[in-house]
Design a binder for this molecule. Structure first.
Ligand SMILES: [Zn+2]
Length: 276
């Protein structure tokens, strides 16, 4: 079995603040260490189940957080950005996807560092009529490429979001409980290590029995992207194929979900140049 891991950071053990996940900030070293800790725990669980073929995609910020020096033999790492499928680059052909250290979508209450792709630009994303965050977008891409999602880890809000999207067969592992966007009740790494290891083992067993959920949406795929400010929508509207629904919202439609993801990247790049 080949397991794919999309590795974010906000939902890692111990993390509560923007400084801990922002490259260049004084506290970023803590975020990196905790991200690596959670990954290591999951890799141990995989190894205990006999899975050594693992593809890890660093999917946080500039996507160069993970130190390859700490990875065991057999692991492959996709590092850096941009890349066509962003947080799920390389997932095609894998047998199961794990989404690790995730966070809830923008607008979620009691959710550590809730946002969708970009906290400064994105207010909301709706895909085929359903509000989605990064987990929804990434799970839909996995489903489009025929890959089930077997495990989601993060705070409780991220886990609930994933369960409501993917159903009870999804294995989740909640390792902290948000009290607000920048506060949470934490569990020490010595305990989350065994929780994550056990969750990985359970997820692999379910995937091997073909019981892991697939999020398969019907074509055509329609995405509504609502930005915080009209100037951001003005700029994002230059992405080819954009339809302006209203002042803040753009729509894109395609029979190819990969095409929708590429449009989203382009629109957000354009919107991101307009901060004020
Ligand atoms: Zn992130």
């Amino acid at each position: 079995m080949k397991v794919y891991i999309s590795l974010d950071m906000e939902g890692a053990t111990g993390i509560v603040s923007p400084e801990q996940v922002r490259p260049g900030s004084q506290e970023y070293h803590f975020g990196r260490a905790m991200q690596a800790h959670d990954l290591k725990s999951v890799l141990e669980g995989l190894r205990e189940e006999g899975v050594t073929d693992v593809l890890v995609n660093d999917s946080h910020w500039h996507m160069t957080n993970l130190d390859i020096g700490g990875l065991p033999s057999g692991t492959r790492l996709i590092s850096g950005s941009p890349k066509p499928l962003s947080m799920v680059e390389g997932v095609g052909g894998c047998d199961a996807a794990f989404l690790l250290c995730t966070h809830a979508m923008a607008g979620t209450e009691k959710a550590v560092l809730d946002h969708t792709l970009s906290g400064t630009t994105v207010h909301d994303v709706v895909l085929n009529g359903r509000r989605v965050g990064e987990t929804g977008i990434n799970a839909a891409l996995c489903g489009f490429l025929g890959v089930p999602v077997a495990l989601v880890t993060g705070d409780l809000a991220a886990c609930w979001e994933a369960e409501s999207l993917l159903g009870a067969d999804l294995v989740t592992c909640g390792i902290k409980e948000g009290h607000g966007r920048h506060s949470a009740e934490l569990i020490p790494p010595v305990e989350t290590a065994s929780l994550l290891r056990e969750a990985a083992r359970q997820a692999v067993r379910k995937a091997a029995e073909d019981r892991s959920p697939r999020l398969v949406l019907d074509a055509p795929f329609v995405m509504d992207l609502t930005l915080h400010r009209t100037i951001q929508a003005d700029a994002a509207a230059f992405a080819p194929g954009s339809y302006r629904v209203n002042g803040r919202t753009l729509r894109y439609e395609s029979p190819d979900l990969l095409d929708v993801r590429r449009w989203l990247c382009a629109a957000l790049d354009l919107a991101g140049q307009e901060g004020f």
